[in-house]
Design a protein around this ligand. Structure first.
Ligand code: LLP
Length: 443
């Protein structure tokens, strides 16, 4: 039943008599003023989650709490970078483009960690020259490259090693794997992570401060993180035995799961980090090393739940299926260009009618986009009011992470605007692209 469920909408959303309100602003007014499709970000929700992760990390690890690096890949814009700054957390960037957004608002480089499996020479040079806090090493080529560039710039760069710990995370579960067939990082099992330590230790322009791992996304319990942490701590202990000193930092990446559908629950930062801290502390004790400084990189868990996408319904259609059944298709004015996740991962979303009370009986419906592609599905199967019709406004919650950030111009559809709402006020933070913007690139 497609009703408003507060658990999957941003914290300051509610259904007010006959329409959706977000951050004190009516969805109907938002659509009228800014058009659709529209990403609506609940600013207070974002700030609250960013702060909640910071205080949960501090609560769990005390003096050894490192930095919460917000993963810019989940969604970054100038205003988002300002909010990250306001929450006094750090930023994880994985391209020069993401770094440029941070720089454009004066975000302090010394709260920026740089990722990426194929950082260009220019990206590396720029990151080192502005003084980013750390660079996470992903390959032997890169160790040499970063060392050479740092040395040319007369700097010593703090680095971490991205370790593939052989813990493969899937949605709702994790499995331990012996082989790590992924493009990221250095494998623990094959010994390349150990060799990377040696390679870095031989470079005077690199200062190895610790290890990093990121086991996957949309993870719903602490066990996968804890399993990875234990493996990394094993490597820290081996390092201490061979090199006679301890590495001081462990970055355990992002991947904390959020609710997209009614009945799902967003992971509680306090619970997951306390559980993780218990394992990390006892593991460090048992191998006899000091508790390292622990950092994390949540993206989705901070921005995902903050955002609702508003679409306008255009056409509807009944399609006859085998066996005399029919399926109702409801097409909206966006689709896979503003949210590729259903097409790419089979990700599931929820929708409600945002501009009025639903009147009709429920009807099994497929919500689709406007793109010339059969797989352009927003929601494959949803029981939504049978009277959903042209002109209705649909609201899809939890679209903040990897929606706008993975948006495309497929079919030359301009990318939607992003509006921030707070205390009854709305303001544009990313303007809608225009056809003129798209044409401006063509020579
Ligand atoms: N740190 C590293 C090194 C990462 O690779 C990622 C995500 C994160 C942090 C943030 O993960 P999060 O907390 O947001 O789950 N496009 C996919 C997700 C890809 C995530 C890639 N790395 C999706 O839409 O589900």
């Amino acid at each position: 039943m497609s009703a408003f469920d507060p658990a999957i909408f941003s914290l300051n959303s509610r259904f007010d008599v006959d329409h959706l309100m977000i951050g004190g602003v009516s969805a109907v007014d938002l659509a009228a003023e800014f058009g659709t499709p529209l990403y609506v970000v609940d600013e207070a929700d974002f700030l609250l989650r960013a702060t909640a992760w910071k205080s949960a990390l501090e609560g769990a690890f005390g003096t050894q709490a490192g930095t919460v690096y917000y993963a810019a890949k989940s969604f970054i814009a100038k205003e988002i970078a300002r909010w990250v700054d306001r929450a006094e957390i750090g930023l994880d960037v994985c391209t020069g483009g993401e770094l440029a957004v941070a720089e454009s608002v004066g975000f302090s480089p010394d709260r920026i960690e740089v990722h990426g499996n194929n950082k260009s020479e220019d990206e590396i040079r720029h990151a080192i020259s502005i003084g980013v806090r750390s660079i996470v090493m992903d390959s032997f080529n890169e160790i040499e490259r970063v060392a050479r560039i740092a040395s040319e710039l007369g700097k010593v760069q703090r680095v971490l090693i991205r370790v593939t710990p052989g813990v493969e995370a899937h949605t709702h579960e994790f499995i331990a794997t012996a082989h790590e067939d992924v493009k990221f990082g250095f494998s623990l099992a094959s010994g390349t992570a150990w060799d990377a330590i040696y390679a870095i230790e031989n470079q005077p322009s690199l200062q190895l401060v610790g290890l990093h791992s990121h086991i996957g996304s949309q993870i719903f319990n602490s066990e996968g993180f804890a399993a990875a942490a234990k493996k990394l701590i094993g490597l820290l202990s081996r390092f201490r035995d061979s090199y006679g000193r301890e590495l001081s930092e462990l970055d355990l990446g992002g991947g904390y799961g959020i609710a997209y559908l009614p009945g799902e629950t967003t992971l509680d930062p306090i619970q997951v980090l306390n559980e993780l801290a218990a394992v990390v502390k006892s593991e460090c004790e048992s191998v006899g090393i000091a508790l390292p400084i622990i950092s994390i990189e949540p993206g989705r868990a901070i921005v995902g739940p903050s955002t609702t996408t508003l679409y306008t319904v255009g056409t509807t259609k009944e399609v006859e299926l085998d066996g005399g059944l029919t399926r109702r298709y409801v097409a909206v004015d966006g689709g896979m260009s503003d949210n590729i996740r259903p097409a790419l991962y089979g990700a599931e979303y929820w929708a409600i009618i945002a501009n009025r009370l639903p009147l009709g009986p429920l009807c099994n419906t497929r919500i689709v986009g406007k793109h010339c592609e059969t797989g352009d599905i927003v929601i494959r199967d949803i029981d939504i009011s049978a009277d959903t019709q042209s002109g209705d406004l649909l609201a899809i919650p939890a679209t903040g992470a990897y929606g706008r950030s993975m948006a495309s111009n497929y079919n030359h559809v301009p990318r939607p605007a992003v509006v921030a709402v707070i205390d009854g006020k709305a303001r544009l933070i990313v303007r809608r692209e225009t056809i003129a913007d798209l044409l401006a690139l063509d020579l």
